[in-house]
Design a protein around this ligand. Sequence first.
Ligand code: PLP
Length: 379
Amino acid sequence: MTSTRIYLSSPHMSGLEQQYVKDAFDTNWIAPLGPHVNAFEQEFAELVGAKHAAALSSGTAAIHLALILAGVGAGDEVLVSSLTFSASVNPIVYVGAKPVLIDSEPSSWNLDPGLVIETIERKVREGKLPKAVLPVHLYGQSADMDPILDVCQRYEIPVIEDAAEALGASYKGRSPGTLGKAGIYSFNGNKIITTSSGGMLVSDDADFIAHARKLATQARDTAPHYQHSEIGYNYRMSNVLAGIGRGQLQVLEDRVLARRRNCAFYQQTIGDLPGIGFMPEASWGRHTRWLTVITVDPEQFGATREDIRLALEAENIEARPVWKPMHLQPVFAGCEYVGNEIAEMLFRDGLCLPSGSNLSITDLDRVANVIRMSGCRLS
Ligand SMILES: *Cc1c(COP(=O)(O)O)cnc(C)c1O
């Protein structure tokens, strides 16, 4: 293989990050906390329109703390999207609760509000109210939150939004992640902006975030000695990484526009192929196209999504199937599942294409050409 590898979604630094990191070194504010952490939290909260934010070591850590703070514990049930990354669901198990896996709806591929309402009402009749609902905003697009917030409000169920993939997206003019009790974001290496690793927890509730910061630093009580009255975690973000985050935050809008341009390019170059569809952009807001995701109808296209993935791999291009739904995962086999096989179908036919904001037109052309060719094999 001679051509350079094209990745699904690789880090894209702007140059601004180094200034902040240099400042952290110059002032010897390396870890654990420091001025960049405070500034990053403030700047982030302002950008998404949340009142408060806590910078953490990962998005997974943020979900874990949000569940603890929402009072989710052993034996409780949490409604969560089945079509997602395992990191949305694992923390439910960390706190001893049971995930109830809910299917997607076709217009955004996110949590189906109809199924959420139906399930909550059934649980109410059975006398066991879910302790939280955890919608995931997949691939850069918000779930249809209003009907979900509505039913959760009626039964006073806290909503914790997993917006790890949806920073920069909108839902009726607001940021997904700021619509429920708490929201989480991720700055993992492949996300739309990255701090190499890291996450953010946001809420409009000052006490919620203050308590999250305490739990994230080993739950130290205010005392000159080390005193603890609850179990803590080591989940805080370091000052160096927060510096990277501040630089990345300044170019977020550019990154969204670049990723949307990638998607538009693919739509123009392969959108006419029979059997190729694109993840829809729902009417309620902006899809960042963190990843461009296509669906492949093998009958019409003449090849499956796996054929395309392998053809791309043979040309040193990384593509990945859509998330394998959690109710099909061996580790969650025992979990309750409510659905209509939408997630199954999306997993079967869906493929995530290279989508980084640093891809060139030449890169995108290479991808499009391989896809075009894989559909016209003579068999
Ligand atoms: C990346 C991701 C997470 C986890 O974030 P980390 O920062 O990697 O822990 C959670 N949920 C979803 C949907 C993600 O894509």
